[in-house]
Ligand binder design. Structure first.
Ligand code: F6R
Length: 607
């Protein structure tokens, strides 16, 4: 995830900016840059790759004089992780430089408009439109220019801006991306999070969405979106640096679970324009799609389970047969794949060895390939004919959470997009679009509805084994729920299609055996209910996950987890969230190393 920093005062800015950027490294990045005011001009230094390269290029900042500047670590979203796409971005007249964390959803429209007005672009980023808008609107007053420019933006942004006309000032703007002002003595700062500030000051101002800050060495002024001065409280940071990196959460995994409403929003919002699902990055036409006889989804681990969830929606909306294959199996299966197959490859890292090998194998047999990937410029992204990024931001915890939910979100969007191309549904079908747009809020509700999860974890953490059961889409979620549980808590957990219990597994049910029953699919709820009764009559303790007002389940289960009411077609994306939290708290009870579970690696680049 991108990180931004800014400094103004009477010390040399570049070393302070570099030090701040290093503190933001944990957020994940693939390029970095700084812009410093030097003798009335803006000096920009950027590199692709590590901050160490930027330190080398600028002799740890010593080679860049000047006492006012901004800096950035970039996690590529729009455009590859190259030096050209690294921030800061300069205006065409060289008077303004901008750093940005977030996503500008309407950048394509703005880019076309600015090009028509004569502005030229040096990068592929969404950010560059911002600096040209500021140049366009600047009439001697930065606040006015910022208000006008940001009024044109849709999306999320934390911005840092410098301007040659006001060489001792830095400006910051916040809208739906984190941004904090650091108040020092004769010097002031901004940063994406407190880690980049605490070495210099513990006095901070938290900006609200829509607020602007104008910082000079000896002054801090905050404005609202109309330019009216706002009085803000200065708070004192008590966290240590390590806690600050995790945004106050004890583990990255918990932070990433909590980030899911924002991550899923970042995946969905730019792909809904004027009330319709759009996929600017995909080029498949109706004719291309009509030639496809089957879709094969391939991936590993949780990404494979995301595919299992997506299969139901793809088949239901597009009426094309979908097979979901483990990449490690598919690669050696002599697969029945040809040029009438669409291969959807799912990978958070884009570097999983088996996934890449399966993809190569299927490509060689003529399959058309579409990748759903988080890491921009990764091998899977580069190999695919078409790539749709999940824009989840970097995941640091080994166990994926927001990586998985954004993959599922992309599969939903893709299903609606394909179905609309094929004429089964309209891309602007109001019910479907509304249901998709509501997902981030529903995830937040699923988090808020389950305050008892830490207590449930206390009850279940010492169990010998956990069985997850569900049917249909609930089964797909059960697979991921069981994987989350086993990989971080080391508690033996298995998922079963509930209808399969009678064919063997029910032999394992004995007195007090916990069974986690997923009952979020109204179409087959009654059937799952019968399975709950079957295991209960053999002594099982049932923890049911269901809609909050589902009276039938409430009356039979021993314990409950809830999801809010939502369109059942898309409920699996929300359903997993209480299970992620349960796995997290069980692992915590068991004293496990949650962010780095034993024997596991974040990116499995070997077979
Ligand atoms: C589980 C987990 C793994 C990954 C799998 C694929 O929490 O993270 O199962 O999902 O290794 O990784 P990517 O998506 O990077 O290809």
């Amino acid at each position: 995830m991108c990180g931004i920093v800014g400094f103004t005062g009477s010390r040399q800015a570049a070393p302070i900016l570099l030090e701040g950027l290093k503190k933001l490294e944990y957020r994940g990045y693939d390029s970095a840059g700084i812009a410093v005011m030097e003798d009335g001009a803006i000096c920009v230094q950027k590199v692709s790759g590590r901050i160490a390269n930027l330190c080398e290029k600028t002799r740890d900042g010593e080679a860049v004089p000047g006492m006012t500047g901004i800096g950035h670590t970039r996690w590529a979203t729009h455009g590859a992780p190259t030096e050209e796409n690294a921030h800061p971005h300069l205006s065409n007249d060289g008077r303004f430089a901008v750093v940005h964390n977030g996503i500008i959803e309407n950048y394509l429209t703005l880019r076309e408009e600015l090009i028509a007005d004569g502005y030229h672009f040096d990068s592929e980023t969404d950010t560059e439109v911002i600096v040209h808008l500021i140049e366009m609107y600047y009439r001697g007053n930065m606040c006015e220019a910022l208000i006008k420019a940001t009024n044109r933006l849709r999306g999320s942004y934390a911005l840092g801006v410098i301007c040659t006309e006001e060489p001792e000032k830095i400006y910051a703007v916040r809208e739906a991306s984190p941004l904090i002002i650091g108040v020092g003595i004769d010097e002031n700062f901004f940063a994406s999070d407190v880690t980049a500030l605490v070495n210099h000051t513990r006095n901070v101002i938290y900006l609200e969405d829509g607020e602007f800050a104008e910082l000079a060495g000896d002054s801090v002024r905050i404005f609202d979106c109309l330019g009216k001065t706002v009085e803000k409280k200065v708070s004192r940071i008590m966290w240590d640096v390590q806690a600050a990196e995790k945004g106050g959460y004890e583990h990255f995994m918990l932070k990433e679970i909590m980030e899911q409403p924002g991550a899923v929003r970042a995946a969905i919002a730019p792909r809904i324009r004027d009330g319709a699902v759009v996929f600017d990055e995909l080029h498949m036409t109706k004719e291309d799609l009509q030639k496809i006889r089957k879709i094969v989804i391939t991936a590993c681990g949780s990404a494979y389970y995301a595919g299992c969830s997506g299969k139901y929606v793809l088949e239901r909306l597009c009426r094309i047969p979908v097979e979901v294959e483990l990449a490690s199996e598919l690669r050696y299966n002599d697969p029945l794949i040809d040029d009438q197959t669409l291969l959807i490859v799912i990978s958070q890292s884009g570097e999983t060895a088996d996934t890449i090998a399966a993809m190569r194998e299927c490509k060689a047999r003529g399959a058309r390939t579409l990748a759903i990937v988080n890491v921009v410029g990764s091998t899977v992204a580069n190999l695919a004919d078409e790539t749709a990024y999940t824009w989840a931001g970097p995941e640091i915890a080994v166990a994926t959470t927001k990586g998985y939910t954004t993959q599922v979100a992309l599969l939903y969007l893709l299903s609606v997009h394909f179905a609309s191309l094929l004429g089964y549904i309209r891309a602007d079908d109001p019910k479907t679009v509304k249901a998709l747009q509501e997902l981030p809020r529903r995830i937040q509700q699923a988090i808020d509805l389950n305050p008892s999860i830490p207590d449930l974890a206390k009850k279940y953490h010492a169990s010998k084994a956990l069985f997850f059961i569900g049917r249909n889409t609930d089964y797909a979620v059960a697979l991921e729920g069981a994987l989350k549980m086993k990989e971080i808590s080391y508690l033996h957990s298995e998922a079963y299609a509930a209808g399969e219990l009678k064919h063997g597994t029910i032999a394992l049910i004995e007195e007090h055996q916990p069974v986690i029953a997923l009952c979020c699919n109204p179409a087959i709820m009654e059937k799952t209910l019968s399975n709950i009764v079957e295991v209960k009559s053999r002594g099982a303790e049932v923890l049911a996950l269901t809609f909050r007002n589902n009276q039938k389940i409430l009356s039979v289960a021993d314990d409950l987890l809830f999801i809010p009411d939502l369109d059942p077609l898309f409920s699996p994306l929300v359903e997993i969230v209480p299970l992620q939290l349960l796995a997290y708290y069980v692992a915590k009870e068991n004293g496990c190393d949650i962010d780095k579970p034993k024997n596991l690696a974040k990116s499995v680049t070997v077979e």
